[in-house]
Write a protein that binds this ligand. Structure first.
Ligand code: HEC
Ligand code: HEC
Ligand code: HEC
Length: 456
């Protein structure tokens, strides 16, 4: 009897010890809690994120002592694996390029703080001190606002939208008109292809939303590619080029198709040889580039032209303060777009183009579609990192009504169906038909103007 009482007391004490020790010890430290940034707002936000969030959002975690118990270890490790799949804070809070954190990171963090979905409920049940206090939330929101104002707000955006994830396009940059004109000519010049049959514009038709509106593009010699051709409109606003981001700039990108055996199937010496026989073009080219034709000068001219292909729309008027620029239905769609998480990835000036994201976060897209191919592996094809498998660059949604079919694999042609697919795989929900229709109406309002001419 005496022995039983002792065992009982030990058990009770042990049961109490878990949460109590957690209360005293707190969560294990990670390298973020040791970082000392200059910006006091960032320092404060890091203090909160570092202690309450980062442990589940980094592969470099330290397990707390109670993870020694078998069931606890399993639960914790599953949370960390899943949390890090969604977001790797340790990596993203300190971008390797030394620049500010990305717009999607700010938007995602803001989203979960506003709807209070993080830290997860099941975790808070075990960690009495794990929740975010109002002061901690305010400190992170203040840092988000500060970062946006300093780095991302478009000059001329109306005051209420300054601190929002989506920003209007800036005014078209003033670029050397002679360079732009040359770039325009070369973009439409079929001599950049082996058999003089195909220009850049052949797959990026400015009358077709800057795409070919085909499932897969047809290159020289009737060879077909294996990935959807994205639009060249507003492409200069992307953080990297191609679905897998293998080109850092538009200049670097323009080198790709000329040499690609299933696209233009040529090379620079051959293409330049043909251009040199054109006296008029050569003279105009040398007036701008005295050094003459080269991979560098030609791709620079083309990229400069591409930087003029910005297409402002009704949304930009709205964000610049014209409240009736969007119809009530489009405005409702915009609010739903934000409320359903869409703007956490489709963020910034072109509603996308700022991050790689796993396609199929909430549900396995490739298992449902079947037969995964090399292009589906996305960013992994460039970095060979396991965590980059199935990560694709988030496409811009500007002019989306014109850039069908949708997704890198061109599996869907109907825009409202694409919206439902996104809700299911990237936001973990099914939208009502009404909500999907409103969001689609908003997306249709993103069709813009090119040099003052409405696109269609
Ligand atoms: C116990 C581990 C854990 C903690 C602590 C935690 N998270 Fe998470 N987080 C997850 C998991 C797991 C997911 C995946 C989605 C889900 O399960 O809801 C996730 C998802 C997210 C997402 C992506 C949501 C989406 O759908 O886009 C963000 C952003 C996020 N967490 C931020 C935070 C922030 C900020 C904190 C601190 C306030 C935090 N997390 C604390 C485990 C955690
Ligand atoms: C045979 C069709 C074809 C031709 C010709 C072609 N492209 Fe593309 N373009 C594509 C495809 C397909 C992709 C996507 C490839 C990928 O991501 O792997 C692409 C991607 C791009 C991108 C990146 C867009 C983004 O969102 O990442 C730009 C910019 C671009 N092309 C410009 C050009 C220029 C400039 C030329 C001429 C020098 C050109 N393209 C010629 C089919 C073509
Ligand atoms: C977690 C990030 C994420 C979220 C959240 C998200 N998207 Fe996407 N979106 C992507 C990625 C990545 C792709 C490209 C997927 C592919 O090609 O396989 C994409 C593609 C699309 C496309 C097709 C674009 C094209 O040119 O092919 C549409 C339309 C779209 N998203 C709309 C939405 C809507 C509407 C929502 C909200 C319900 C949403 N997205 C939420 C990441 C996201």
């Amino acid at each position: 009897m005496k022995r039983l009482v002792i065992i009982l007391i030990v058990l009770i004490l042990f049961g109490l010890a878990l949460p109590v020790s957690n209360l005293v010890v707190g969560l294990p430290a990670n390298s973020i809690t040791k970082a000392k940034p200059d910006n006091p707002l960032f320092a404060k936000a890091l203090g909160a994120l570092g202690t309450k969030c980062v442990n589940c959002h980094t592969p470099e975690y330290t397990l707390p002592f109670y993870a020694k118990f078998p069931v606890a270890k399993q639960i914790i490790e599953t949370d960390i694996r899943q949390g890090t799949r969604f977001i790797n804070y340790l990596e993203e809070l300190f971008p390797q390029n030394g620049g500010p954190v990305t717009e999607p990171l700010l938007a995602k963090t803001e989203f979960v703080l506003m709807d209070k979905s993080m830290p997860p409920m099941r975790y808070l049940a075990l960690h009495w001190n794990g929740g975010f206090t109002a002061a901690e939330r305010d400190s992170v929101l203040a840092w988000i606002k500060d970062t946006r104002t300093k780095h991302y707000a478009t000059s001329g955006v109306a005051e209420p939208f300054k601190n929002e994830a989506i920003q209007p396009l800036p005014d078209t940059p003033a670029l050397d008109p002679a360079k732009v004109a040359l770039g325009n000519k070369l973009f439409h010049d079929k001599r950049l292809s082996k058999d003089n049959s195909l220009a850049c514009a052949g797959c990026h038709d400015l009358q077709k939303g800057g795409t070919d509106q085909k499932k897969f593009s047809e290159g020289v010699g009737q060879k077909f590619g294996d990935i959807n051709a994205p639009t060249v409109f507003n492409a200069g606003f992307q953080f990297k080029q191609f679905w897998d981001g293998r080109a850092a700039t538009l200049e670097e990108q323009a080198d790709g198709p000329v040499n690609n055996p299933i696209e233009m199937a040529s090379n620079w010496p051959e293409a330049i040889g043909k251009l040199q026989q054109d006296a008029e073009l050569t003279q105009a080219f040398q007036a701008v580039y005295p050094q003459g034709y080269s991979k560098e000068t030609i791709t620079e001219a083309i990229a400069t032209f591409e930087r003029t292909l910005d297409t402002p729309s009704k949304l930009d008027k709205f964000l610049r303060g014209q409240a009736d620029a969007l119809s009530p239905e489009e405005k409702k769609g915009y609010d739903l777009f934000k409320a359903h998480r869409c703007a956490t990835c489709h963020a910034g000036k072109i509603l996308g183009g700022q991050s790689f994201e796993i396609m199929g976060l909430y549900k396995d897209y490739f298992k449902d579609r079947g037969n995964p191919q090399k292009p589906d592996f996305g960013r992994f094809n460039v970095t060979n990192k396991d965590t980059d498998k199935f990560k694709l660059k988030v496409p811009t949604l500007r002019n989306i009504a014109l850039t069908f079919p949708y997704f890198h694999d061109s599996t869907i042609s109907n825009l409202q169906e694409a919206v439902q697919t996104m809700a299911k795989y990237q936001a973990g929900k099914t939208l009502s038909e009404g909500d999907a229709a409103s969001i689609t109406a908003f997306l249709n309002a993103l069709t813009g103007e090119l040099n003052g001419q409405p696109l269609k």
